[in-house]
Design a protein around this ligand. Sequence first.
Ligand code: PMP
Length: 360
Amino acid sequence: MDRVYNFSAGPATLPTAVLEQAQAELLNWHGTGMSVMEVSHRGKDFVELAAHSERTLRNLLAVPENYRVLFLQGGATLQFAGVPLNLAGPSATADYVVTGNWGSKASVEAGRYLKVNVAADAKDTKYTTIPDPASWTVSDDAAYLHYTPNETIYGVEFHAVPEVSAAPLVVDMSSTILSRPVDVSRFGVIYAGAQKNIGPAGLAIVIVRDDLLDRARPETPSVVNYRVMADSDSMSNTPPTLAWYLAALVFDWLTEQGGLSAMAERNKRKASKLYAAIDASNFYQNPVVPAHRSWMNIPFTLADAELDGAFLQEAAAGEFANLKGHRSVGGMRASLYNAMPEAGVDALIEFMAEFERRRG
Ligand code: PMP
């Protein structure tokens, strides 16, 4: 069976080599005579897998010693609540920078637990840019400042870490983690849902600086309590073992690809090609200010929205899946995560040019 180029924003395409390995060892993992889903998470084989996975991820991201890496459940969305519950009491204030839907959702959820100050909101630009950090209204006493380095729906991305607040920076890296090197030491907490650059949906990675492990409110559920999960190697309850296993295979694959510097080069090249093709045409358009365009999610519209249906139909009849844009933006969106091969981007660009010639 032929695989298609899957441009989904998430759950997203995974490396074929990873899926093949998972398939090959599904019935008999590591000579256990069982699948990885059927072994005890406390057994030697699985504990080794978990340790290897964490080590590999730490190497990829060059995570400093004074940070803990947690593998949690509930996707990124549970962390929208986990962040305020772990970091501050109900009378505290936290700054939120809203550059799209996800930052907005995070701020609304946090508002149930503490005082949220929306330090900036790019809504009036239809989320096509990142407001200049100098214009943000940060609080003097914020428990933390939260932002979303890459907004998956609008395709708008921070290309530098903002320096506006002394408060710890907390970031939702769901749609950009592992796409390039980052300086982890700039952040208090990094969290990410796994279904874009890591593995199956439901798993969330949380990287927490040690000094932020012990601020949780007593009522914080233990499965999202940083200290509880750090002390139990993220096994205070039964972990989603299949998701951990697949994430470990993806981390190994990334290492084989040359790590995050190699991924950054490849990702930048893939995105630049597609933006160049869009910008060179009068038929396709991307609304995001060039300095803040995402490498990962590229929304684009056709000059005539009446042709959207035909575009998607022909794309799907070919080898391209999931190019439909998010319902709040319309048009198309191509997500170019790590596992999207450059050949997929080349083929898409060719298809777009050919569609424009016939229908533009
Ligand atoms: N944050 C961002 C940036 C996202 O893209 C998504 C999912 N698309 C979420 C949070 C929500 O993640 P989950 O569905 O895993 O809770």
